[in-house]
Design a protein around this ligand. Structure first.
Ligand SMILES: [Mn+2]
Length: 265
């Protein structure tokens, strides 16, 4: 049995399927998706369908994009609940109308950062597919059932798989992050500097290794570092697949934790 980790697929469903073929993923293996499986790329619908029909040997970890996507759906449902006539949950038209209403409310606020459906994901799911509020509710529930991290063992040492960063207690990170959950979803260089698993390994994504200015820049290859004080190996396996049209060395990565072998698509 082998354990594979893939992170930040970002709707790149075709590359994800190519990766599963490349690693010869089988029923005897385990696969952990370390978050941000959706948004940015074109095939979020296919990813969501695959995620909800996933085999039993696949575990889903929550990323900031899943968290935010679920919160936009929650917001739509709250606003729908306050209306005089509620939407028909089986109707794509009703979902589109509600989406237009919520979008309108936020547009009126003239906020500098879009606070609803930031990547247009819900808009294109409703516009390009026959998606309704029942579908959105089901995906919201699936996301809220997803844990923030997955703990296992590699070579007799503890191994934590998380979207952005892992810290063992809130005191390590409290000056910069209000909660451990924020750290799991949003940590950048702090995941190496402050976080870690004592005498273990942390596998994360979140920060694409394709951007020169970031701590994990490695020309689109997996980034690895070692914290001597904690005796912890840290991996950033987000190689920026969603940006591959613009950046040549961007790709999808996968790590097999038992021997730390890395695969690229
Ligand atoms: Mn992320």
């Amino acid at each position: 049995m082998s354990t594979y980790v893939i992170s930040d697929i970002h709707g790149c469903y075709t590359e994800f399927q190519r990766m599963l073929k490349k690693i010869h993923f089988s029923d005897a293996d385990r696969l952990i998706l370390a978050g941000d499986s959706i948004e940015r790329g074109k095939k979020t619908y296919d990813m969501l369908r695959w995620m909800e029909q996933r085999p039993e040997n696949v575990w889903l970890i929550r990323g900031n994009h899943e968290e935010e996507f679920a919160s936009y759906i929650d917001l739509m449902l709250c606003i729908d609940g306050k209306r005089d006539t509620q939407s028909d949950f089986t109707s794509n038209q009703d979902a589109l109308a509600l989406y237009g209403l919520v979008n309108g409310i936020f547009r009126k606020q003239r906020l500098s950062v879009p606070c609803f459906d930031r990547y247009g994901t819900i808009g294109s799911l409703l516009g390009d597919y026959d998606v309704n509020l029942n579908d959105l509710c089901r995906w919201m529930k699936m996301i809220r059932d997803m844990p923030y991290y997955y703990e296992t063992e590699a070579g007799g040492r503890p191994c934590v798989i998380v979207h952005a960063g892992y810290a063992e207690n809130v005191e390590e990170i409290s000056a910069l992050f209000p909660s451990l959950e924020d750290f799991y979803l949003y940590a950048r260089e702090e995941s190496c500097q402050l976080g870690g698993k004592r005498n273990g390994m942390v596998i994360a994504g979140h920060t694409p290794t394709i951007v020169k200015e970031v701590f994990s820049y490695n020309r689109g290859k997996v980034f690895r570092c070692y914290d001597q004080e904690k005796d912890c190996v840290f991996y950033d396996i987000d190689c920026g697949c969603a940006f591959r049209r613009r950046i040549l060395h961007a790709k999808l990565a996968c790590i097999r934790i038992e021997d730390e072998k890395i695969f690229y698509v």
